[in-house]
Design a protein around this ligand. Structure first.
Ligand SMILES: Cc1ncc(C[n+]2csc(CCOP(=O)(O)OP(=O)(O)O)c2C)c(N)n1
Ligand SMILES: [Mg+2]
Length: 374
């Protein structure tokens, strides 16, 4: 019996607006109309300023840990731009630009990182789930949401964002397997920024691309330049069309880089070379889009100065709204837990004491076994 290949394929890499400003008209013409390109650029400037101020709030003790988004803005933004408002955005924690584009009030993200649960209380009409801090859990939620959409015969989908590191989690593989085998309209959007905190991608993925992980599930897959908003928009539009027409899920690996530390609790200088960071500064998605606009006379220095001023003013108001909200009260934790609060929790709510911490043994139910030391 001769040996013959049972499976052969290639994976495409898509780039439309390259790092030196060259634009591929064949792929990119008409993809983002001029006025939208300007609006997207203005939005990235606003998000960059938000990021800077959030970092300063943490440094001055006005907020908890914060993960800077700088350098990765166009991955989630391109996706949010390409999708419809009824499609779910299921984020991890570095997708501010896409969430704000969809309409999430900016103060919600500040409240989240200030440790205020009201930051996670999101208007359901926005179709955005709260930030997922445990790595990987959100991918399963996205598949569940998309499955529900399919059951209802609704042509929308779920797009979930995660990092390169998250693709080493069991949750990732379960979500991919389930979506692929049951035809669940999900877009798996991997933001490969080269690092999972201090672990470089090549240490946790011995394959040359993350995109090829999808092949094992028989899922259409592509790699895109994640600092090129045009490439991201095209890849997401193609995946969304496939999901709407056939319910098939897709995988997108967007190569990008976080220009800041992992979070404010990290110091990336301890594990990254300065030359690597400098090389990626030259690929900054903000600079790249500005080059595109200037080449077409859509943007100039006076607009840049005016937008900077506008961003500063907007973010001052955002911070004010986040800091002026009245402080939460301790009983809130009982009020959002159950539709009808059980009797034992009503008692805890009234007394703010519990038997489980040994604070109030009188709350033990009458039929509970006596503690060993009683
Ligand atoms: C289940 C779980 N394990 C570990 C962590 C700690 N942790 C937080 S971020 C992170 C790295 C994630 O890397 P990646 O998925 O590449 O995302 P990035 O931050 O680079 O965008 C880890 C291990 C966590 N939050 N959740
Ligand atoms: Mg990463």
């Amino acid at each position: 019996m001769p040996v013959s290949p049972v499976f052969e394929t290639t994976i495409d890499r898509l780039c439309i607006l390259s790092e030196d400003g060259t634009f591929d008209d064949t792929l990119g013409a008409g993809l983002i109309p001029d006025q939208d390109a300007v609006a997207l650029y203005r939005h990235i400037m606003l998000c960059r300023h938000f990021d800077e101020i959030a970092f300063k709030l943490q440094r001055s003790g006005r907020m908890g840990t914060y993960p800077e988004n700088r350098g990765q803005e166009v991955t989630s933004l391109g996706a949010a731009y390409a999708l419809q408002s009824t499609d779910w955005l299921v984020p991890c924690y570095r997708e501010n630009a896409g969430l704000f584009w969809r309409g999430l009030p900016m103060e919600k993200i500040l409240l989240h990182w200030m440790g205020d649960e009201r930051g996670n209380d999101i208007d359901p009409d926005l179709h955005i789930t709260p930030l997922a801090i445990p790595i990987g859990t959100q991918m399963l939620h996205a598949v569940g949401l998309a499955w529900a959409k399919k059951y209802r015969g609704d042509k929308s989908l779920a797009c979930t964002f995660f990092g390169d590191g998250a693709t080493s989690e069991g949750d990732f593989h379960e979500a991919m397997n389930f979506a692929a085998n049951l035809d669940i309209p999900t877009i798996f959007f991997c933001q490969n920024n080269g690092w999972a905190i201090s672990v470089p991608t090549h240490i946790q993925c011995s394959a040359p691309t993350i995109a090829q992980r999808a092949l094992a599930y028989g899922m259409p897959t592509i790699q895109v330049d994640g600092n090129d908003i045009f490439a991201v928009v095209k890849a997401v539009k193609d995946a969304a069309q496939r999901a709407r027409e056939t319910c098939r899920p897709s995988f997108i690996e967007a190569t990008t880089y976080r220009l800041g530390d992992h979070t404010t609790a990290d110091d990336a200088r301890r594990y990254r070379d300065e030359e690597e960071v400098a090389a990626w500064q030259n690929r900054d998605p903000l600079v790249r889009l500005r080059m595109y606009l200037e080449q077409r006379d859509l943007w100039d220095e006076s607009q840049e100065t005016a937008m900077k001023r506008e961003a500063e003013k907007t973010i001052v108001d955002v911070v004010k709204r986040a800091e002026e909200i009245e402080a939460p009260v301790s009983t809130d934790m009982f009020d959002s837990m159950y539709a009808t609060t059980p009797e034992n929790l009503k008692t805890q709510r009234r007394t703010m004491r519990t038997t489980s911490l040994g604070q109030d043994p009188s709350q033990l139910p009458s039929n509970a076994p006596k503690p060993a030391n009683a």
